[in-house]
Structures are given as structure tokens and as C-alpha cells.
Design a protein. Structure first.
Length: 138
């Protein structure tokens, strides 16, 4: 189960991730991934040990949300798909940079997809969304 801090709940959070993030669809899922604006600072190589300067760094957790529409199937099927995706994302959330936002949208094919197939589709979609964007040739 995802902790409360790791779940997206507000429609504005979903909208920001869908509009501002990278989209990649693979198989039965489409992911929208918003990476943090500033990359993690690199470790300093100073010989002095790090001291607490009195200011705490606030870590923003990686958050995830799920969209499973009525096109996927009746409520029982939608909830089954949502539970499977939630479990799969929980295992992969630590691999994403801190502060990322991930929205997973299930396509109607997710209703008949096996757990391993959903996992493979999710892995491929996240990898595609994380890949740097190259210029397309026309």
C-alpha cells in the first residue's frame, strides 16, 4: 500500500502531472511522469565533514496517482486493475527521482492483462517517459 504522502488525491495534482509531464504509452497503460524541476545536488568533495547548519532540507516524496475509467469495465474489474497497478507502482516508486509525480492511466486492455503483463507494460512506459526527448525526424 502507498503511504498517504505518496498518493495523489486532488484533481489539480492530476491535471498538473498530465499537462506538464512526459507521456508514454505501452500496452495496457499510459504513464504521465513529471520529474522535479531541479536535479539533486551532487555530493561535495570537501574534506570537512558536513555539519548541521540549523536548516533542515524538506524532502518531497515521489507521488503516484491512478486513473481507471469506466471504459476498463465494471467496478469490480476497475478496482482489481487499480489494486494491481498500485502494488506494481509501489515496488517501482523508489527508482524515480525524489519529488517526481507519476500518473498511471489504465487502458481498456488492462482488464484482461495478467499481472506480469501489466508489470512489463508499466516498466516499459516508465523507461520511455524517463528517456531524454530527442528530436524526431520527419
Amino acid at each position: 500500500m502507498l503511504t498517504a504522502a505518496q498518493r495523489l488525491r486532488r484533481s489539480t495534482d492530476f491535471a498538473a502531472a498530465v499537462r506538464g509531464g512526459r507521456r508514454a504509452g505501452r500496452g495496457a497503460v499510459v504513464v504521465h511522469l513529471t520529474l522535479p524541476a531541479s536535479p539533486e545536488p551532487t555530493a561535495t568533495t570537501s574534506p570537512e565533514p558536513a555539519r548541521d547548519s540549523g536548516t533542515e532540507t524538506i524532502s518531497v516524496p515521489t507521488r503516484a496517482g491512478f486513473v481507471v475509467s469506466k471504459a476498463v469495465g465494471p467496478a469490480v474489474v476497475r478496482n482489481t486493475v487499480r489494486r494491481r497497478l498500485r502494488h506494481l507502482v509501489r515496488e517501482r516508486l523508489a527508482e524515480l527521482p525524489e519529488g517526481s509525480t507519476l500518473v498511471v492511466r489504465a487502458l481498456p486492455a488492462a482488464a484482461e492483462a495478467s499481472y506480469s503483463r501489466l508489470g512489463a507494460d508499466l516498466d516499459a512506459a516508465i523507461a520511455a517517459a524517463r528517456a531524454p526527448r530527442g528530436r524526431r525526424s520527419r
